[in-house]
Design a protein around this ligand. Structure first.
Ligand code: ATP
Length: 430
């Protein structure tokens, strides 16, 4: 039996993954069949609270599971008791949603689904890449195998049903540690040096510390119940974080199976097909030199045979902007990122330099083809003239020298603190 939930939090608090821990507590008479799943969906949906994540739990009747996968008032390993039916499970899950969701916020619109059957995979594909209409989701859920409830505008049903549709192909894990309730909203005291050491000490972990910006990247800044989350390839390795990170003691922790760091959101398209609120990967040629605008954002144009789009490295991408500034007209590149609607802009997440154009600087005026004497400039971009023979030469006749591009034909990515949950870090692409 699956329980899927989404959209339970608000900017003032709560987190759907924490609510999942309360569901696990409630259903301690059943056995968790699998890692709870944290499924990230389209990072560009304008109505998301933070990371656009939905949660799915799968339970089965029976005793002891083999591995320890969390700790909520005791090991999440030995689960006991009698099976319960779907209708009963729905009532119990509904109680938890109504108790913990931020229903008072108009922006919180929870969705709950209890079922024995996953939703069609196409729903995940659409929801991670594009915008899904609620009515299409309701059409799927109008089948007796799904017991569901949507609150408010019911939008949470989109995320819950899309998360149920995820069949992991590529996947990673995240250990999420939660705070005691009396700490919610207070500042998090965690040892910065311990966090800095995580990527080194935990095999397969990534994105715990932004070494470029000297900033930790595991603890959120919001008043939500999450103390920190550590991401990586191997669940048992990730659990080491609980011993490494000192400071505030977690109240509970759970390992989630996730689609984070998989690039599942990206669609390879031509530029004319770049739709707002989609995330895309495009190849093309730089057709305007990068310029820095107010606020420190760096913009340039890229084109392919179908069209042109403005690409942007926004201020939060920090040092990545210095890389982008080194591009010149004619460079062939691949860009991955989200498409903003107005103005239509590609917000770069990572960039591959495919082929560098040649950059030269003028070192001397040309020689006169008649007398061999050095010619004189007639002004900016106005060409050259020989004072003795009156011969003229165009600007491009100047003697030029190749300049080192300070870029290589390889991938570049934004720093950890500007990275999206779904973006595959270069560390996973090696
Ligand atoms: P939470 O911790 O509650 O999950 P969040 O940052 O993940 O916070 P939500 O509060 O869940 O964001 O808000 C995202 C909303 O957008 C949800 O209602 C979800 O169902 C909906 N949604 C997710 N993906 C899509 C999509 N592709 N198209 C339309 N709506 C979507």
């Amino acid at each position: 039996m699956y329980i899927a939930v989404d959209d339970t939090d608000s900017r003032e608090g709560m987190c759907t993954t924490f609510l999942a821990t309360e569901l696990i507590k409630e259903f301690e008479d059943l056995r968790l069949l699998d890692y709870p799943r944290l499924v990230r969906l389209n990072p560009n949906v304008p109505w998301k609270t933070r990371g656009n994540g939905a949660v799915v739990l799968s339970f089965r009747r029976g005793r002891s599971s083999k591995k320890k996968i969390g700790d909520i008032d005791g090991d999440l390993r030995y689960l006991k008791g009698k099976p319960k039916m779907k209708e009963d499970a729905f009532k119990r899950a509904k109680n938890i949603i109504e108790r913990f969701s931020h229903l008072q916020s108009s922006k919180t619109n929870p969705g709950l689904i209890v079922t024995e059957k996953r939703t069609p995979e196409s729903l995940y594909e659409k929801a991670v890449k594009d915008i899904v209409e609620l009515k299409d989701v309701i059409d799927v859920l109008e089948d007796d195998v799904y017991r569901y409830k949507g609150y408010g505008n019911k939008r949470g049903l989109i995320g819950a049903s899309a998360a149920l549709a995820w069949r992991p192909d590529d996947f990673t894990y995240e250990v999420l540690a939660y705070r005691r309730e009396d700490m919610w909203g207070k500042s998090r005291e965690l040892d910065e040096e311990d966090i800095r050491s995580l990527d080194r000490r935990i095999d397969g972990s990534f994105d715990s510390y932004d070494h470029e910006e000297n900033k930790q990247a595991i603890a959120p800044n919001s008043p939500c119940p999450v103390l920190y989350g550590v991401r990586g390839e191997y669940p048992e390795e990730l659990q080491k974080a609980l011993d490494i990170v000192s400071g505030e003691e977690p109240d509970r922790w759970v390992t989630f199976l996730t689609n984070q760091a998989t690039d599942d959101h990206l669609q390879e398209v031509s530029i004319s097909k770049a739709k707002p609120w989609n995330s895309i990967s495009v190849q093309g040629k730089v057709c305007s030199n990068p310029k820095t605008i107010e606020g420190g954002h760096v913009l340039f144009e890229i084109e392919d045979e179908t069209g042109q789009i403005t690409a942007a490295a926004y201020e939060p991408t920090k040092g990545f902007r210095e890389v982008v500034k080194k591009l010149i007209v004619g460079d062939r590149i691949e860009l991955c990122g989200g498409v903003r609607k107005d103005p239509r802009t590609l917000n770069i997440e990572k960039m591959k330099v495919l082929e560098l154009g040649e950059k030269t600087v003028k070192i001397r005026n040309p020689e006169c083809p008649e007398c061999g004497k050095r010619m004189s400039s007639m002004g900016t971009d106005a060409g050259y003239r020989c004072k003795r023979c009156r011969t003229k030469a165009d600007e491009d006749q100047a003697i030029r020298e190749k300049v080192d591009r300070e870029l290589s034909e390889k991938w570049y990515e934004v720093p950890v603190s500007a990275r999206r949950h779904l973006s595959k870090p270069l560390k996973r692409m090696e």
